[in-house]
Ligand binder design. Structure first.
Ligand code: ZN
Length: 82
């Protein structure tokens, strides 16, 4: 368990969870799974420790092999859709 400070926004307690994290890298959407991040129990705000963000950057730069490839549907927002 890593240490997270109280929520920057609401002062709530921040607990570590392992969640997926989407990252935009140039024109690509990348997904990292099981990323340790702090989640505020009050407002749900998520925080990544700098060391965690750095590990992700290094993995991308080292061209770590993805464990699987997702297909992602892309939609145009339409205001009048029921
Ligand atoms: Zn909060």
């Amino acid at each position: 368990m890593k240490k997270y400070s109280d929520c920057y926004f609401c002062g709530g307690i921040v607990e570590e969870q392992f969640l997926p994290r989407e990252i935009r890298w140039h024109d690509q959407l990348l997904v990292f799974e099981n990323v340790p991040m702090g989640v505020c129990v009050q407002c749900g705000q998520k925080v990544l420790l700098p060391e965690t963000a750095k590990r992700i950057d290094l993995a991308i730069q080292a061209k770590q092999k993805p464990s699987r490839i997702l297909q992602v549907p892309v939609y145009q927002f339409q205001a009048d859709v029921v």
